[in-house]
Write a new protein. Structure first.
Ligand code: SF4
Ligand code: SF4
Length: 303
């Protein structure tokens, strides 16, 4: 049975697809978005999160580490990340819960058993399971196995994806997918690369193929990040692409950048990577919504 690395499972969600849903967050992502709000999802392997404010500096984690990755500096524990193998031994000995693992290896069957516990809620609400991340396509066999088990049990399946994967791999997961929540971050490929580390050609090609060849419903999701992709010109170009290539039945969610993920960078001891982005206000979101609606699309703020 396929195995993979999961960093969170959230139940009773009213976001990321219809009805009441269980969200399964998988680790690993081929993008590195400047504004990433789940930096603990980017790497493919389990990582230690350090809650420094809980650390008493007792030093129990030092001898526990087989790689000499832990140091005490100015009364607090730190991790030399390049030495850390993610074994979790320091987490086991920390009584203050200052060290917490992000990511655990699970089998597809174990994930399915978690998902199916809420079957009654899915039936009553039209909900189901959504695989998110990170990027579910970064663990394609694992994602396909989870979705296959869910579909066999009659559970509605969705994936939230960046679409950055070769088509043959994508199809193996889409075979068991009822709905695709597809991120579109920038229409200009050079700007897309500056924001995310990768160009957008494959992403745009894949979403067209999902629509034209597989006819799976798509919800286009646009993160609105001032200073990066929120200018009216890009939003208008995104609307034009969706209307022309995916059709006016494709619903659109525009998602305002928020700052909730910023604290996570210090948990990963990556302070230097936080960028200073001011979230868009309600008025700006409404203006962008109207720009997209002018193309004939149905656009929701949030989703
Ligand atoms: S991380 Fe935990 S075990 Fe390590 S020094 Fe801090 S409180 Fe002690
Ligand atoms: S997870 Fe393992 S290797 Fe990494 S700091 Fe903790 S004990 Fe050391």
């Amino acid at each position: 049975m396929a195995q993979g690395v999961v960093f969170d499972i959230q139940t009773y969600s009213l976001h990321d697809g219809p009805g009441i849903r269980t969200l399964v967050f998988l680790k690993g992502c081929p993008l590195s978005c400047i504004w990433c709000q789940n930096p603990e999802s980017q790497r493919h392997y389990p990582e230690v999160l350090l809650y420094s404010e809980r650390c008493a500096g007792c030093g129990q984690c030092l001898p526990a580490c087989p790689n000499q990755a832990v140091q005490i500096f100015e009364g607090k524990s730190h991790t030399r990340r390049h030495l850390c193998g993610g074994c979790g031994k320091c987490v086991e000995v920390c009584l203050n819960e200052a060290r917490v693992m992000a990511g655990r290896t699970m089998s597809a069957e174990q994930v399915f058993q978690e998902v199916i516990k809420d079957e009654i809620f899915y039936k009553n609400s039209g909900g189901g399971v959504t695989l998110s991340g990170g990027e579910p396509l970064a663990q394609p066999e694992f994602s396909a196995a989870i979705l296959q088990l869910c579909k066999q049990a009659g559970v509605h399946t969705a994936i939230e994806t960046t679409g950055m994967v070769d088509w043959d791999t994508f199809k193996k997961v889409l075979k068991y997918t009822d709905l695709v929540l597809y991120d579109l971050k920038h229409m200009n490929s050079a700007a897309h690369r500056r924001c995310t580390g990768v160009p957008n050609e494959l992403i745009l090609e894949n979403v067209k193929r999902i629509h034209n060849e597989l006819h799976i419903p798509i919800i286009a999701r646009i993160p609105v990040v001032p200073g990066y992709n929120a200018d009216p010109h890009n939003i208008e170009a995104t609307a034009t692409f969706i209307a022309a290539e995916l059709g006016l039945d494709t619903k659109v969610n525009i998602l305002a950048y928020h700052r909730l993920g910023e604290g996570k960078y210090s948990r990963l001891e990556k302070d230097g990577q936080v960028v200073n982005i001011t979230p868009p206000g309600a008025e700006e979101m409404s203006k962008l919504q109207k720009i997209m609606e002018a193309a004939g699309l149905t656009v929701t703020i949030g989703g």
